[in-house]
Design a protein. Structure first.
Ligand code: MRU
Length: 361
């Protein structure tokens, strides 16, 4: 993705200093484009927890680099090295519980490191795997774009030159991954292909990732879009102003239940009621192959209630008002039209998902 004409990923190794990882500080957007240096696993964990970086794919890649940073400072004694790696893994996994990608990346790192012999080889493997995780994420999202674009293209054929109106929630954009995004990848691909599109951007209270991140990235890429408050989607759908909903996912069961940013379920209900296709876009690293009931089994992150009670430091309710801050909800498979993955589009059920991921049978 380009920012002011320069290509960026969301995470990378510092030039001439591969012991430092750099990220875009997402808490400063859309007003400031600022790069942060991270040198230790503690700094990486804090960056994930405090949401300097966020989004399922990106926190997975960040966890991969976090383990690499931990390997650099871990003691040379093999036993102490191994303990440092498990401590780093625990620390990273506890930062944010819902996105499967984080756990996936940490386990991939631990597995690779365990298969090497010397500490030096383990460090080299950790670097290699961190880069591999990031590259996988970017390439998977690029593929999601190509598959998802076909859906937009089909709808465009019936619109006689009028833009295809797509609604998205939160930020499943390139900022939430290493590049391209999941929900936005088909949008960018369609726009680049010259298909007329327009995106409705949910602001996404309480942290406003839609307003501050999705609107910013769509603007940088020149994609026509309009910001709306979270409760607007249903009204737009009733009035024929939405052709397609594409959201991301933080964890998807093998049966097709989709956990995504809080409020997604309500969009899916409204889409169902209005006969509008509702797709979730996700790389395979977001699947939780071991669970079948998303509502019961997916851990839902609860964040600080102050995020609900304060907007930019201003209290918006009586001081003593109790508040709850659930970060995610689960949309059951029956409300999902399809899943857009790097291997193609499938239906939200075990048979269809395992057909394109047969190695998970
Ligand atoms: O809390 P966040 O910003 O890390 O949440 C992740 C998300 O941006 C969304 O849930 C997104 O739609 C999932 S895809 C990265």
């Amino acid at each position: 993705m380009k920012v002011k004409g320069k290509h960026y990923r969301t995470i990378w190794l510092k030039e001439h200093n591969p012991e430092t990882v750099q990220i875009i500080d997402q808490t400063k957007l859309p007003h400031k484009f600022q790069i942060l240096d991270l040198r230790t696993v503690d700094e990486m964990a804090a960056a994930i927890r405090e949401m300097y970086l966020r989004g399922a794919g990106l926190i997975g890649a960040a966890a991969g680099y976090g383990i690499y940073l931990a390997s650099l400072s871990a003691p040379g004694d093999p036993e102490a090295f191994e303990k440092a790696m498990t401590d780093a893994a625990d620390l990273l996994i506890k930062t944010r519980p819902t996105a499967k990608n984080l756990e996936w990346a940490v386990n991939k790192q631990l597995h690779t490191i365990a298969s090497e012999h010397s500490v030096e080889e383990k460090r080299r493997a950790a670097l290699h795997t961190a880069v591999e995780i990031a590259d996988f994420d970017a390439e998977a999202c690029r593929q999601i774009g190509l598959h998802g674009m076909k859906l937009i293209e089909e709808i465009a054929q019936g619109k006689k030159g009028e833009p295809v109106n797509i609604l998205t929630h939160c930020n499943a954009g390139w900022l939430a991954f290493v590049d391209y995004g999941s929900a936005t990848a088909p949008i960018y691909a369609a726009h680049d292909r010259g298909i007329p599109i327009h995106v409705w951007v949910d602001e996404t209270r309480p942290r406003n990732q839609g307003a501050s991140l999705t609107a910013w990235e769509l603007g940088e890429h020149g994609v026509p879009h309009t910001l709306i408050v979270d409760n607007t989607g249903g009204h737009l759908m009733q009035h024929g102003m939405v052709d397609l909903v594409i959201v991301g996912s933080d964890r998807t069961t093998v049966t097709g239940d989709v956990a995504n940013k809080i409020g997604t379920y309500l969009k899916a209900l409204a889409a169902k009621d209005n006969g509008i296709p509702f797709y979730a876009a996700l790389p395979s690293s977001t699947f939780d192959w071991g669970i079948t009931d998303g509502i019961r089994e997916i851990p839902i992150e609860e964040r600080d209630p102050r995020e609900v009670k304060y907007i930019h430091g201003n209290l918006i309710c009586p001081l003593g008002t109790p508040a709850k801050n659930y970060g995610f909800d689960v949309t059951p498979a029956r409300l999902v039209t399809g899943l857009i993955t790097e291997r193609g589009i499938c239906q939200p059920n075990r048979e269809s998902i395992l057909k394109i991921f047969p190695e998970k049978r």
